[in-house]
Design a binder for this molecule. Structure first.
Ligand code: SF4
Length: 316
């Protein structure tokens, strides 16, 4: 049974030149313990789609329609107070830059204790022990001592571990990790991903991993949603997608990493459209090597293709 189900989500923005739709009919689901990776180039709608789960959208964003059902509750029907009970407690966010979640003026310990008191109602020694245990679980050495440290005394990787510890301390059931390792060097990236994998398995957590790195996806995800221009263009299990990608955009993304492995770097020519561009037909058609006449006129629907779902007229 789905633990999170995003159904037919449509989101737009009020811009200076009028309203523009950014997310088109996006649907995905997640079971307990599963990892869904959402991949695509910058601006494809990965972050907007997932921030809508936490209702952390920019002020000019409008959720036009859709449902976000988490543990049998439609989150879009909850008010801000009810959402506060879910945000940080049931659903935690690991952002690209940990400093967006850490306050430089307070010690790591103060910040952990505050959320433990808020979300678990614990105080004093009990709260302190939970905080130290959470830091130990993310392999922060001398955890009790590190409670007194300020964020600036920690490296980027260590700060990211603190954010993961906060999610653990609150007993979050779903973690949304938005490019959690982009700002880190390769060795630290691998350590953070290993910690995420370990805690996910140990606590049966569900994870939404937003990334543009298909290498990370291959090692960590159960299924993948490939996004392009605010739409899911391919949705498949990780094995199916890597073995037999269906959408030309997915194939192009995979070629980028395959060619890096053989030292021949080939990127996808052209740029993804912005939300202010008016594109007719398939949004990928100006860059697609398989473009046909129908692609310039009709938007393809996401439909079943063998064991995957793909939005492409090649499968009509
Ligand atoms: Fe390419 Fe046409 Fe498929 Fe779009 S619908 S990805 S343009 S073949």
């Amino acid at each position: 049974m789905a633990f999170l189900e995003v159904k037919n989500l449509n989101i737009g923005f009020n811009l200076s030149d009028g309203f523009r739709q950014a997310i088109h009919n996006v649907s995905f689901s997640l079971k307990k313990g599963e990892t869904l990776a959402i991949v695509g180039e910058s601006g494809c709608g990965k972050t907007i789609s997932t921030m809508s789960i936490l209702q952390l959208l920019p002020e000019n964003a409008v959720i036009q329609s859709g449902e976000i059902v988490f543990n049998d509750k439609n989150l879009l029907k909850l008010n801000q107070k009810q959402m506060q009970q879910i945000r940080g407690k049931k659903i935690a966010l690991i952002p690209q830059d940990p400093m967006t979640s850490l306050n430089p003026l307070y010690t790591i310990g103060n910040q952990l204790l505050e959320i433990i008191e808020l979300h678990q109602g614990l105080k004093g020694k009990e709260a302190f022990d939970v905080a130290v245990q959470a830091l130990e679980r993310v392999k922060i050495p001398d955890a009790a001592d590190k409670m007194k440290a300020y964020p600036h005394e920690f490296s980027g990787g260590m700060k990211q571990r603190v954010i993961i510890a906060m999610a653990l301390a609150c007993k979050a059931e779903l973690i949304i990790a938005d490019e959690p390792t982009t700002a880190l060097d390769v060795t630290v990236q691998a350590q953070i991903m290993e910690i995420l994998r370990e805690i996910k398995t140990k606590y049966n957590l569900s994870l939404i991993l937003i990334t543009h790195d298909l290498g990370i996806v291959a090692e960590n995800a159960d299924k993948i949603a490939v996004m392009y221009a605010g739409r899911i263009v391919e949705y498949a299990g990780v094995k199916e997608l890597f073995k037999s990608p269906k959408h030309p955009y997915t194939k192009a993304l995979l070629n980028v990493i395959l060619d890096i492995n053989t030292d021949r770097i080939e990127t996808i020519s052209g740029q993804p459209p912005s939300i202010t561009d008016d594109i007719k037909g398939c949004p990928f058609h100006p860059r697609c090597l398989n473009c046909m006449e129908i692609c310039t006129k009709n938007i393809p629907e996401l439909k079943k293709v063998e064991d995957s779902m793909a939005a492409c007229h090649l499968y009509d």
